[in-house]
Design a protein around this ligand. Sequence first.
Ligand code: AMP
Length: 428
Amino acid sequence: MAAPIRAPRGTQDRLPESAAAWARAETAAADLASSYGFDRIDTPLFERTELFVRGLGEASDAVSKEMFLVGGAAGSDEETPAWALRPEPTAGIVRAYLEHGLQVRPGPLRVWLLGPMFRYDRPQAGRYRQFTQWDVEVIGDPGPSVDAELIELATRYCARLGIGGVQVHLNSIGDEQCRPAYRAALVEYFSAHRDRLSPDGRRRLDANPLRVLDDRTLDPALAAGAPRSVDHLCAACTEHWLAVTGFLDRLGVAYQLDHRLVRGLDYYTRTTFELFAPGREGSQDALAGGGRYDGLVETLGGPSTPGIGFGLGMDRVIMAMSRSGVPGEPAPALVVVVGTQPNDHAERLVIAASLRDQGLRVRPDGSDRKLGRQLESAAKLGARWAVIVGEELTRGAVMLKDLADGTQREIGLHAVAAEIRDASRGPN
Ligand code: AMP
């Protein structure tokens, strides 16, 4: 026998038992986004590599180290196409925004997306090569009130799912006016301590100095003494920052200033934020990250347009739900249609179809096994009801068996669905 083929590293199979948790998390995302006036958007899972290089920045980890490149068709003579699986959704959404002229619609554009992202990173617990993000974006709104609104939305989502202990980290990294001076201050500070930086930290200092701050191996004492971006903001960025924090106070959203929160991608300006939940063994897991990107639309060839958004890691949300003991979305009670005769499969199918039309969740037994065996299987599947097709059918009736208490009685076919629905609702 040939050895079975295993899934690629860093991917996960979502088995049926996780479906209820995913359903709850996805439904909450869709409902909440809708209640904030957002519409759904979907973009391709792959784009021209150039889009990410220009949008995210050549020096970003997502582009320089983790880009998942896609080849062309097998056997094709075409040159290898320059495509990459999307590492994040914002660049693709902005591409679509420009391609379809969405900027001429009454704005600002408020959209959300839920789907897989790909990063060719070293897989570990909670870090996958394919993961799912819920992404919320506002394009064409300079803020600051929308900044607070989005942060509040992200925290409300966690609260709605029952994920406790979520902390909001907040920072402002300024804009093209004030960032050069801040960058220069950082370079001066870290250059004086170059020997205390990791090899990666030294690389960051040369390529993208702000990112020295989010090197996880950075000596905390060195980080604490580093210049803070909020102390280097220009007047306009200061005003924006004070307004965002003021709105969050009014909304009752607690946050903590995090000077090291610079985010990994080049496109961020002003507001940056991340949400953390208590993780395994007291660690902190980043559930969501986002920020303002006022230069991105222009970088991608459009008119100067402000934007802001966040990406929430759904795989980590599912793990946090399970740690908090949050149950999944309950599936409606399952009905199994079984039969006493081997030649009654057509009746089973027809009755199943009719019960589904009446809103029930139904699975016919397709086997010729004895009735007892069919009922045993139904119970093992977790079915709540068995509709037994037998000689009562000549009277337009079936036996309805309640698998929870083992009782059964004859009931007219027309009354089965109502009976099951009433019983499932329970006494009230
Ligand atoms: P980022 O923009 O990289 O901060 O990503 C936003 C959120 O997506 C993070 O806070 C994580 O919850 C999630 N995320 C990012 N990368 C991964 C990954 N490789 N595997 C699982 N979740 C991820």
